[in-house]
Write a protein that binds this ligand. Structure first.
Ligand code: NAG
Ligand code: NAG
Ligand code: NAG
Ligand code: NAG
Ligand code: NAG
Length: 651
């Protein structure tokens, strides 16, 4: 159907518009984004009616964004005189909002192209320009050809193969939607058994908890304080002993905050939490995390149509262990997305930073939940935008892979983590459970760039490769050994995610670690497997135990493997360190990679280097854990006592 409301009628009849006047401009234009390959699952369905009107959004280049890493280092590196001097949200918005020149250049370009000023909307943060265009106008403006595409599953998408911008405009624009981006089709969240569906949990995310094989029921964990069975089942007592994380004395719980993010339809079950608490932390029986509902999410089982490990495993595991380890500190639960549409990392970021919300910051209807949800039974309220101040520490055990979205989308999201780091937030992500391969053990086909079961190129995870988050890999104690023996990389059931980015460059804090790894332990691979230039981000940063954790799920104690376990455990320790700092009047640690990440010499002895194990995938044995940083276990596992002592010394 033609929508003519905002468009002069003559355009709809194909009469040449004033856009012809801009042809000179277009001749001097440069290609801004182009798809190298067409995703296999999509095909051109039909050409579009030239009069069809669509909303178009232009993501403006943020001012000073190239300096983000430097700004972040200034408040996060222990050698910096401004260590710990985190920014206010206002300063962040002011610093990065597009320059006057950017806004001016883009709006002039649109005006000269015949798009009257009344049709152009500028977001409050000035990050986005939005307007409705006919397909004809868009094709002329962007020197593009638009099609309706159809996915094998029936999903439809409007897009083009490439688009161009005038040379003087191009430096002011990050991204225009809809154009070339459409890698991950949205799915409905009814059947988590299918791979596509499971990934769509966060519009393309896999969660990282795996149930141990059948029969590996935990023994009931009858003696919660015993360390004798730590090689067969990990309890909170084992974690405390392993990482010298004795019951910390927390004195600033009112001032402190710690959040765990879960994506609907994953949800916790209170009776399982209570079952776990009865064994391991009796004082918590009956307590729940503090719910922050994002985009219509409901609390725990209230939102659930179904139960089972796939729906409850991740949430129960994260909350049972974190709440026990960090009590009496309250744990906040960011539950994201309704049960109909689900949600993405961007939806969570919208909720904790208003400057990032849809129109102002870059949600994509292809990847992200768009609220209000127009689907039957969906959440009809407004999108959750800036509804809560971000917690000091935020832990997430979900992820997808770099190839599932576009670099522009990922860079824009990654910069947001950097901004939150500037404000003093520590963001932790698990590194994934499939070694150097992608979710479900697919890898990248070097010819098409697609994820295939017979792909041979390593398939790095996202947001794990974003240099502004802290990524936690997994280790395990070798069967038959005790906690007093060195751990090795987790290779019994899952393989710690690790490797090198194809999108993000090498952050300065990681330079010597990555350079030294590639020089001292050159992997027997070529650029066919991974970007071995030594100029890209490597992950994970650190690691923690990721195997055989005792978890109560659906009324039973089971053993769970996965880097899922590692992120909330590490996050609990950072939360206890924040408590100690707050108690003596200092600030939370914020972005920890430059300091604690222990990429600094000061912190190097606060981690137990893991030097055995590897992370196979893509028909290879992956990388080897070795002395120093490695793309399997990062810098190693934490020694809480030492970390805390060091962080108390820092200003
Ligand atoms: C539990 O284990 C601890 C440490 O091994 C031991 O001291 C205690 O007696 C045990 N308690 C029971 C009830 O077995
Ligand atoms: C890690 O988990 C495994 C599984 O129990 C356990 O045997 C080991 O003691 C734990 N230690 C470490 C390092 O994780
Ligand atoms: C991998 O699988 C795809 C799709 O099944 C096929 O087209 C391709 O030839 C295979 N590649 C190799 C190297 O076997
Ligand atoms: C890992 O170590 C083994 C044994 O030393 C070696 O053969 C292999 O090439 C190493 N792999 C990598 C990726 O470095
Ligand atoms: C590897 O990364 C570097 C730095 O980002 C880049 O210049 C280079 O093109 C990449 N190599 C490949 C093969 O993609």
């Amino acid at each position: 159907m033609r929508v003519l409301s905002l468009v002069p009628v003559f355009l709809a009849f194909g009469v040449k518009s004033t856009l012809s006047a801009t042809l000179d401009f277009q001749r001097r234009s440069v290609v801004h984004e182009k798809r190298v390959i067409n995703p296999v699952s999509w095909k051109v369905h039909k050409e579009l009616d030239k009069g069809t009107t669509l909303p178009f959004r232009i993501g403006l280049k943020q001012n000073n964004i190239a300096n983000l890493e430097d700004y972040l280092m200034e408040v996060s590196h222990p050698d910096s005189p401004n260590y710990g001097q985190h920014w206010t949200p206002e300063k962040v918005i002011e610093t990065f909002k597009p320059s006057f020149e950017t806004v001016d250049t883009v709006t002039k370009w649109l005006k000269e192209a015949g798009i009257s000023v009344e049709r152009i909307k500028l977001a409050k943060s000035q990050g986005w320009v939005e307007m409705k265009l006919t397909i004809e106008e868009a094709e002329e403006l962007l020197d593009a050809k638009y099609f309706m595409y159809e996915h094998v599953n029936g999903h439809k998408h409007i897009g083009c193969e490439s688009y161009s911008l005038p040379a003087h405009v191009q430096p002011h624009i990050d991204i225009i939607l809809p154009t070339v981006h459409f890698d991950v089709p949205k799915q409905h969240l009814t059947n988590p058994d299918s791979n596509l569906q499971r990934r769509s949990v966060t519009k393309g995310a896999g969660l990282s908890a795996h149930l141990a094989t059948a029969g590996q029921l935990a023994r009931g964990s009858s003696n919660a304080s015993s360390l004798a069975n730590c090689d067969t089942e990990i309890t909170p007592a084992c974690i405390r002993a392993l990482y010298k994380f004795d019951d910390p004395l927390l004195l600033s719980t009112k001032k402190n905050s710690f959040a765990i993010v879960e994506y609907t339809p994953n949800a916790f079950v209170q009776s399982d939490l209570d079952m776990f608490f009865r064994n391991f932390s009796p004082s918590l029986v009956g307590t729940s995390p503090t719910l922050v509902s994002i985009d219509g999410a409901k609390k725990g089982v209230d939102q659930m149509q179904e139960q089972g490990f796939k729906f409850n495993g991740e949430s129960n595991l994260d909350l049972e262990h974190a709440m026990t380890l960090i009590a009496p500190q309250k744990v906040t639960l960011y539950q994201v997305g309704d049960t109909v549409e689900g949600a993405s990392f961007n939806n969570m970021l919208d909720a904790i930073d208003a400057s990032f919300c849809t129109f102002e910051g870059g949600d994509s209807p292809i990847f992200d939940g768009i609220y209000p949800d127009t689907l039957p039974g969906g959440f009809t309220g407004p999108e959750s935008c800036g509804i809560i101040k971000p917690a000091n520490v935020i832990s997430t055990s979900y992820g997808f892979t770099e190839v599932m979205a576009t670099p522009e989308y990922e860079i824009r999201q990654c910069n947001e983590y950097g901004k939150l780091g500037l404000m003093g937030v520590t963001f932790l992500y698990s590194s994934g459970d499939t070694g150097v391969g992608g979710l479900d053990e697919v890898c990248i086909d070097p010819v098409t760039g697609l994820e295939l079961s017979n792909g041979t190129k390593f398939d790095p995870g996202f947001p794990a490769t974003c240099p502004f988050v802290t990524v936690v890999g997994a280790t395990q104690v070798n069967p038959g050994s005790t906690i007093h023996d060195p751990e090795s990389a987790c290779d019994t059931v899952i393989f710690s995610g690790g490797g090198f980015s194809n999108v993000f460059g090498l952050p300065s804090y990681q330079e010597s670690a990555v350079t030294s790894f590639l020089k001292k332990h050159p992997p027997p691979y070529t650029a066919e497997q991974f970007n071995n230039s030594g100029k890209v981000r490597g992950y994970p940063d650190v690691s923690s135990n990721g195997s055989k954790h005792v978890v109560a799920v659906d009324g039973e104690f089971v053993l769970v493997f996965g880097t899922s376990l590692a992120a909330p455990v590490f996050a609990s320790m950072i939360t206890a360190i924040n408590d100690a700092r707050l108690t003596i009047g200092k600030k939370p640690v914020g972005f920890i990679n430059p300091a604690a990440s222990l990429y600094s010499s000061l912190f190097s002895f606060a981690l137990n280097d893991i030097t055995s194990g590897n992370n196979p995938g893509c028909g290879t044995s992956g990388f080897n854990a070795t002395t120093g940083w490695d793309p399997v276990t990062g810098l190693g596992t934490p020694n809480f006592e030492t970390l805390k002592a060091l962080w108390l010394v820092l200003p």
